[in-house]
Design a binder for this molecule. Structure first.
Ligand SMILES: Cc1ncc(COP(=O)(O)O)c(C=O)c1O
Length: 455
């Protein structure tokens, strides 16, 4: 038997992207008109400039979103596997969160004071994530920024360690790359960064425990900040034992371990670190933690709590550089309370994980049937179609498998067939409302796309 080798017909891919762009323009006149109006007011014609990074020729304008469905200005209904790239992981506008927000909206939005719900929110956070002490912020970027400041304050050490390919939000210290010579470099894409970030940050490859140990042995690293699985350079899982080795190295060398669970919250209830039995000094959770309302949290252990109190008491009066006026506002506390108690529950995860397992299986069957040398890497309710035969072990391998023209064409093709996936590295999320029929619709469209572009 001869097996036909799989490859992409590049000319056909270019032609398909062009015809899909035209199809989008023809079928979305209202979004196109709104984009024209936006262009008069906004930088790059969008309220946040990244919104232009989607492959569609004009931004899709949202009319409303509910559960795992989204409706655009032209009245088309989409199955949403992007889910606000995690912010809406538990579905758009979960009913308990929407009710809590509506009830709180007429009772005060922000007061620079705790609310009658705050003690219960603290209890729910500890119950879910297993750490005793908490602080709230408006975004995961802020939470990471503040945790790095605390870590440096309590250890008195200047450096932080992150992994190549990491993303922890707009936190300058983490926006670094590892050069071919192994050195830490300020990320070249950063705008307006005039400082040499390598002075305060060391970058090593993920899954390289020896490199972590060598960096920590110098004694100047306040903390290691990592996602338990890298999710922002493509999904890169930790090898068995790697995170435990990092934890041991931290303990040995007096560095703190910070787990950013903002995306790895997809693993299951309590996040990946808890499921894996890790004992981080800090964790950070954002995006979906309050059901999609802007809010993030960071938690820490009792010994770290004591060191934070001592550091604050020892500092002169004045700005700490930690916190923002609207952080922990009344509305955020109400949304957090509703999400933690009624939405982000173990039962919700059970359903989502079952659907995600089905989606992974059906995607694998589809690419196997096409003979495509691709894989699916899954982290709980999140997964990625990766254009390589096996799961990558570090960011370099994940980057090498990226195929921007193929990704963009696939994204637009799916969008034109009422399927919304993340515009970055084929990421898919399953919501509590995602059904097996939704899975089949996606899988059928993927199979049709592959048939169109294969050589
Ligand atoms: C792992 C991780 N942490 C933190 C952030 C920052 O979240 P936000 O943009 O909501 O501040 C992101 C954003 O994508 C992220 O992927």
């Amino acid at each position: 038997m001869t097996t036909k080798t799989f490859s992409i017909h590049r000319d056909r891919l270019v032609a398909l992207r062009r015809s899909e762009a035209q199809r989008y323009l023809d079928s979305h006149p209202r979004s196109v008109a709104l984009a024209g109006e936006d262009a008069r007011h906004f930088l790059f014609g969008v309220p946040l400039h990244w919104m232009r990074d989607w492959p569609s020729p004009a931004a899709l304008h949202v009319e409303r979103a509910e559960g795992n469905r989204l409706w655009c200005a032209d009245g088309h209904e989409y199955l949403d596997f992007c889910l606000g790239d995690t912010g809406a992981m538990f579905g758009h506008s979960p009913a308990p969160v929407a009710r809590a927000i509506a009830a709180q909206a007429s009772r005060g939005l922000t007061a620079m004071l705790p609310s009658t719900l705050s003690a219960e929110v603290g209890r729910l956070l500890s119950h879910c994530f297993g750490l005793p002490r908490w602080q709230l912020t408006l975004s995961a970027s802020d939470a990471n920024r503040f945790v790095l400041r605390w870590a440096r304050a309590v250890t008195g050490r200047p450096k932080v360690l992150v992994f190549d390919g990491c993303y922890h939000g707009t936190v300058d210290d983490t926006l670094v790359d590892r050069g071919d010579d192994g050195r830490t470099r300020t990320r070249t894409s950063l705008l307006g960064q005039v400082h040499d970030l390598a002075l305060g940050t060391v970058v090593v490859p993920f899954n390289d425990a020896d490199a972590v140990r060598a960096a920590l042995a110098r004694g100047d690293v306040a903390c290691v900040l990592t996602e338990p699985t890298l999710t922002n350079c493509g999904l890169v899982p930790a090898r068995p034992g790697f995170l435990e080795a990092v934890q041991r190295a931290c303990a040995e060398h007096g560095s703190l371990l910070v787990l950013d669970e903002t995306h790895t919250l997809s693993s299951g209830w309590g996040g990946q670190g808890r499921l894996q039995g890790l004992r981080p000094d800090f964790i950070v959770v954002g995006k979906a933690v309050a059901g999609g309302l802007p809010c993030a949290v960071y938690g820490f252990s009792e010994p770290v709590n004591e060191r934070m109190q001592a550091a604050k008491r020892a500092a002169p009066d004045g700005h700490s550089g930690i916190g923002t006026t609207l952080s922990a506002n009344l509305l955020a506390l109400a949304a957090l309370h509703a999400n933690l108690s009624e939405v982000m529950t173990p039962a919700a995860y059970d359903g989502m994980l079952a659907t995600a397992a089905l989606l992974e299986r059906r995607l694998r069957e589809t690419i196997a049937a096409a003979g495509a040398p691709w894989t699916v890497t899954r982290l709980g309710v999140r997964m990625e179609l990766q254009f390589r035969a096996d799961t990558p072990a570090d960011a370099r391998a994940a980057r090498a498998a990226m195929d921007a023209p193929l990704e963009a064409a696939l994204h637009l093709y799916l969008l034109n067939r009422a399927l919304l996936v993340t515009p970055f590295h084929n990421m898919l999320l399953v919501a509590p409302q995602t059904t097996p029929a939704d899975v089949e619709q996606l899988v059928r469209a993927l199979a049709a796309f592959v048939a169109e572009v294969r050589a």
